[in-house]
Structure formats: C-alpha cells, structure tokens
Design a binder for this molecule. Structure first.
Ligand code: C6P
Length: 432
C-alpha cells in the first residue's frame, strides 16, 4: 500500500503546476527567537545549518541551557535526602518542575507525574509495573500500525511474557487510522489500548478522545504516546481522560535524559514498583520493604534533577510562545512545505491527511533516503533517513525507508525553500 503517496509534477512545471504556495509568517519575531538558540548559528560543511530533524530532538534555547547551568552552579545537591540549605533548594527546584509539568498538561494532582528518562522509559514502566501483573492469556493489548517502536516493543515483550495477545488498528490509504476497524479489534478482551497521539513519521494526529471513550465502554485502559503531540499542541489530560501519557523533554526544547509518565493516581497507587533502590522505599528490613508514596515509588535512585529543572524552563519558554500559536504555525509551515515539495520532480510525499503537521516523509525516485540525507547534509541541511523507529508503518508505506523533514518553532519558510533547492541539486547531481 502507498498511503496518500503523491507524485510531484515535472520540474519544468515547478511552482506553476502545484497549489498556490503562500509563505507563512510566524506569530513571533522569528529572528529574535532564533537568537535564543545558539546551536542554530553555525555552519555545517561551510553552509548555514538548517535543522529539520526536530522529531528526533529539538535544539535548546538559552533559558533552558542557563537553567541547567545555574542549577549546577548554585543549587546542586541530591534531592529528598538532605536537610541542609542546598539540598532543600535542589528538592524545591525538582519538585517545582514536576508541578510545572502537571499544570502544562492540565493534571490536577502533581503526584501523578513521574519523572523518567524519556517517553521510552515511561512506556516500559507501565509495561512492567502494570503489564506484567495485570495481563494474562486471553487478554489483548491493542496498538496501531503507526506506533514508534517505543510503544510497540514493550507490548510485544509484555505479551510474550504474560501470554496476552497483541492486536493492531490498521491504517487507511491516506496513512490515518481505520477507526471503523475498532469494532473488530477493540473488544471485551482488550485490557489496554496503547496508541500514538501524533505520528513521528507522517505527523498524523489520531482521534484519541474517541479511542479513549470507546475503550472506557469496554473497561480497557488507554496509554497515549505523547512524544510528538505534547511538544506541538496543548495536550489536556483531563479533557482526553486517558489513563497514562508518556512524553520526552528533549523533543520540546528541554534537556535529554528527562521524560514524563502521567498516570491516573489510583492506578499508580495500585501498581508494583518498576525499579528498586533508594528513594522508592518507605521502610526496609532484611526481609522486606514497603514502598514510598507516588510518584517517588517509581523514581528509584538519584533522579535526573538538573534535567527536570531544564524541562521546567522549556515549559516556561513554550508557554510564552503559546501552544495554540505553536500548533497554528506548525500547520502553516507544514502546508507551505508540502506545497513546495509536492512540486519537485520525482518526489513522493507520504501521508497527506489535512490534520497532520510538522513531520513530512518523502522519497526521491532513484535515490536511497540515506544518500539523499547525506547529500543534503553537504548543503548544511539536517534531515533524518530510515525507518524512523516505526518499521511496521514504513512497511505499510510499501518502502524500506523514507527521508523525513520535521519542523519546530524556529524553522522558517526560507529554510523550506533551501530544502527544496537542496533536493533539486541532489537530483541534478545524481542525474535522476
Ligand atoms: N522518536 C524520532 O526521530 P525517546 O527516545 O524515549 O525520547 O522517545 C521515543 C519516542 C516515542 N514515541 C514517539 C512517537 C517518538 O517519536 C519517539 C522518538 C524519534 O522520530 C527518535 S527515534
């Protein structure tokens, strides 16, 4: 199948043949904003860097870098252990970041926010601490064909270890979910629906509110993989009514090494610990132990303190920009990119759902995505090539790999033009 694969017009017709392409104007002063991101102001192979791999990780603004540096320079101590001033300051900074995260995704009780290493660890936490104790033969876990491996392998392993069965919501031709297939695959046997909120390959936003409602009717829990949604639009946990939400700080301007698991408090309370060690206990004897309260029950060992503080600063930065404005600009820039790219000769774009944004997967006829990415790198353009850790999806697209440009708040229409020119140059260079 080739969902929504659109072949572009010949290059002679470029711009003339395609849809009208109007350059969007960012809702903020983009020159000023870009000055906040030191990494953007460098040359790669002698050309100004055009960073279009934001779904993999975003660049970091000065306030985030400063918050991490300031923490190490002034407040560094271990948390929840020290009664001295520095330890109290570190604990306060770490817990303030947790409260900021809770407010950002509209969670009323900050105890339901667990800091993890990233989205991957957050999902594994649920797969181990809930899945291993709650699933058994005859039970079903429902995922979709567009899952990132981080929301697939933990469930494959959980199914293998518990005897549960993994089922899939299939995709339509246009790369969106066959939501009507829920009638077949979501049943009374389904114990958990684990679904990506926004695809990292196609940018598709799934109708998770409907999925949660349908799952509720059958008594199934819902875990949302928010790794690509939380950075791009307002994700409101109370409105979505999901049971778990996982995301990573580094895809939303924050540091690497910190992520979040939101869990419904009563579920987190009832779950077994994920890892054992310091911090997660209440009382320990030679024979046994009792567990700390949530969320600390799930934060064994010294946590990622400075990274959590950095994530708090990233949230401040995003909130200043405004999540609605970010969502709007990402849609406009994606439309612009699709318009420009769709006019390039030999270029196939995947996933054309109008609701999708920020991630654009494509292939240039006769050129392997790895070669295209490497040649674009020579132009200073950073895009990702491969299966993007979503091999079942790539397989459904009928290809072994794609090139992906993924956008964020500092990208400009001019950078999209540079990408299009770069692709043209690769085509001419290779004579395809
Ligand atoms: N996707 C990409 O280039 P971590 O690695 O734990 O921060 O995030 C994992 C993850 C989970 N779900 C989705 C939808 C994701 O996109 C990712 C990370 C990156 O697409 C790196 S593979």
């Amino acid at each position: 199948m080739t969902p929504a694969a659109t072949k572009a017009a010949p290059s002679e017709d470029r711009r003339a043949a395609g849809p009208a392409v109007t350059k969007p104007v960012s809702p903020w002063d983009i020159k000023k904003l870009r000055r906040d991101f030191p990494a953007l102001h460098q040359k790669i192979h002698g050309k100004p860097l055009i960073y279009l791999d934001n779904a993999a990780t975003t660049q970091k603004p000065r306030p985030v870098i400063d918050a991490v540096t300031r923490f190490y320079e002034l407040d560094n101590a271990n948390v929840h252990r020290a009664i001295y001033e520095l330890g109290e300051r570190a604990t306060q900074a770490y817990e303030a970041a947790r409260q900021k995260v809770a407010a950002f995704i509209n969670v009323p009780d900050w105890h339901s926010i667990v800091f993890t290493r990233g989205a991957t660890e957050a999902i594994n936490l649920v797969a181990y601490a809930w899945g291993r104790y709650s699933l058994g033969p005859g039970d079903e876990i429902l995922v979709t064909e567009m899952e990132h491996h981080s929301n697939l392998i933990p469930w494959q392993l959980a199914a293998r270890d518990t005897g549960a069965t993994l089922r899939y919501v299939p995709l339509k031709e246009n790369g969106t979910l066959q939501i009507e297939a829920l009638d077949d695959v979501l049943t009374a046997r389904t114990k958990l629906v684990a679904v990506v909120h926004k695809s990292n390959v196609l940018g598709t936003v799934n109708p998770v509110r409907e999925i949660v409602q349908r799952a509720r009717e059958l008594g199934a829990l819902v875990l949302l993989d928010g790794a690509q949604s939380v950075p791009h639009f307002q994700v409101n946990v109370q409105e979505l009514d999901c049971d778990f939400l996982a995301f990573s700080g580094h895809k939303m301007l924050g540091p690497t090494g910190v992520g979040v698991l939101y869990g419904r408090p009563e579920l987190l309370e009832s779950m077994e610990p994920f890892q054992g060690g310091g911090e997660m206990i209440s009382m320990v004897s030679m024979e046994q132990a009792t567990w700390n309260d949530i969320p600390w029950k799930f934060e064994a060992g010294t946590p990622n303190i400075a990274q959590a503080v950095g994530l708090g600063a990233a949230i401040d930065y995003l909130e200043k920009l405004g999540m609605d404005r970010i969502e709007d600009y990402m849609h406009q820039l994606t439309d612009y990119a699709r318009g420009v790219l769709s006019q390039l000769q030999g270029l196939t774009l995947y996933g054309q759902d109008s609701n999708s944004s920020s991630a654009i997967a494509f292939n240039l006829e006769g050129v392997h995505p790895h070669d295209l990415s490497q040649l674009l790198d020579q132009e200073g353009i950073a895009v990702r090539a491969g299966h993007h850790c979503a091999q079942p999806l790539t397989h459904r697209l009928g290809v072994s790999a794609t090139t992906r440009a993924s956008l964020y708040v500092y990208n400009t229409p001019d950078e999209i033009d540079r990408l299009a020119e770069g692709i043209e140059r690769v085509r001419t260079f290779l004579g395809v």
